[in-house]
Structure formats: C-alpha cells, structure tokens
Write a protein of this length. Structure first.
Lengths: 111, 115
C-alpha cells in the first residue's frame, strides 16, 4: 500500500519549458489536491478535484492546469514555466469528512 | 471562506520543556481542525484532528490540542518535548458543511529544540 506517490521527486526546468507532475493514490479517495509550499507562506492550494473528471481552482491557480481522467491520478501541468513557480509541490488525497494524506513532495526549480 | 493564522513563525524550546503552538482560525460555522507535522525534506504527517465531541483531542507522539470555540483557537501542546520533535508544524481548517473539501493551512511554525 503505497499511499500517495508523486513523480518526479526533483526537477530543474528552464524558463518557458513545460512539464507535468503526476500524483497517484491507491486509497480510492474521492478528493485530490495540489499545493505549493514556499518559505513563510505555508501550503497554498493550487487546484483540487472532488471526483473523477472534475477540477476546481484553488488559491493560486494561475500558470497551472490540472486533469483527473482517472480517479487514482491527478496531474499538474506547467505550460510555460517561470522562476516564480520554483517551489515544493505536494499532492494530497482524502475522503469527504476526513483528513488528507500527503505525498513526499516534488522539488521544482525553474532557472 | 476559512483562514488560519499561526502567530509564531519560529519557536525554540529546551528538551524536556513544555510546548504550546498557537493556531487561530476564521470560519463562520463548525470547522474541522487538524495539526500536521513536517520533518525536513518530508511530506506532512497528521498529528491529530478535531471533528466534534470532546474538545481536548489526543494525537500521536504525545501531542494534544484543545478546541476553544469562543477563542477560535486550536492550540497544540506537549508536556515534554524531545529532540526528535524538531520540525515544522501546520494547523489546517476544513469547512464541515462541505465535507472539508478544501483544507486551508496556516503559515507554519518551525520548532527548534535546544539540547
């Protein structure tokens, strides 16, 4: 039982490049989330999904897109990376009315 | 919309001393409340949660937290800290009437333990 798995764990991008972060959960959770963590700012919600085929914007959605084609996967895309997107990205999943389970994070550097 | 404030960015305590980390939330209805801990380079691990019932909740690693509706607070406590408690701690709030769909996190409190 792996829980929440994020791929990749580290990545360096050049400004303007694109990439996709993958989150996979094996707990059959309905809800999935993408957060970014920056020093002194805690975790800020980028996008989330309350079920397969659904997505919604969080607090800081600009510059990111997401898709949830399968219940167990939640993809975060950066179409044209900017240095301001240098951050640690966390995926999480949960059932309604319960706590969230987090992945180990993806450290992204945009140069 | 809900929000969370953790007033202390960084706290230093001596090993064996007691600890209290503050958390204040803003939400118009009954919230779901959580404390998570993050060790360096790791993801977040749930320490404890409050959904309803007894306002004093026990968690893992000897931590407890008390929900005080009148003060909109959910402070985390531990009677005697260990060096392994050094980490960053996050308080989070979820809207109960929405199944806690969205968890809003505070800015975090970094805990340093002096030997």
């Amino acid at each position: 039982n792996a829980g929440v798995t994020q791929t990749p764990k580290f990545r360096v991008l050049k400004t303007g490049q694109s990439m996709t972060l993958l989150c996979a959960q094996d707990m059959n959770h309905e809800y999935m989330y993408w957060y970014r963590q920056d020093p002194g700012m805690g975790l800020r919600l980028i996008h989330y999904s309350v079920g397969e085929g659904t997505t919604a914007k969080g607090e800081v959605p600009d510059g990111y897109n997401v898709s949830r084609l399968k219940k167990q996967n939640f993809l975060l895309g950066l179409e044209s990376a900017a240095p301001s997107q240098t951050s640690v990205y966390f995926c999480a999943s949960k059932w309604p009315y319960t706590e969230a389970f987090f992945g180990q994070g993806t450290r992204l550097t945009v140069v | 919309a809900q929000s969370v404030t953790q007033p202390d960015i960084h706290i230093t305590v001596s090993e064996g001393a007691s600890l209290e980390l503050r958390c204040n939330y803003s939400y118009g209805a009954t919230p779901y409340l959580f404390w998570y801990v993050q060790s360096p380079g790791q993801g977040l691990q749930l320490l404890l949660k409050y959904f309803s019932g007894d306002t004093l909740v026990q968690g893992i690693k000897g931590f407890e937290a008390e929900f005080k509706r009148s003060q909109s607070s959910f402070n985390l406590r531990k009677p005697s800290v260990h060096w392994s408690d050094a980490a960053e701690y996050f308080c989070a709030v979820g809207a109960k009437d929405q199944g806690a769909q969205k968890l809003v996190f505070g800015q975090g409190t970094r805990l340093t333990i002096n030997p």
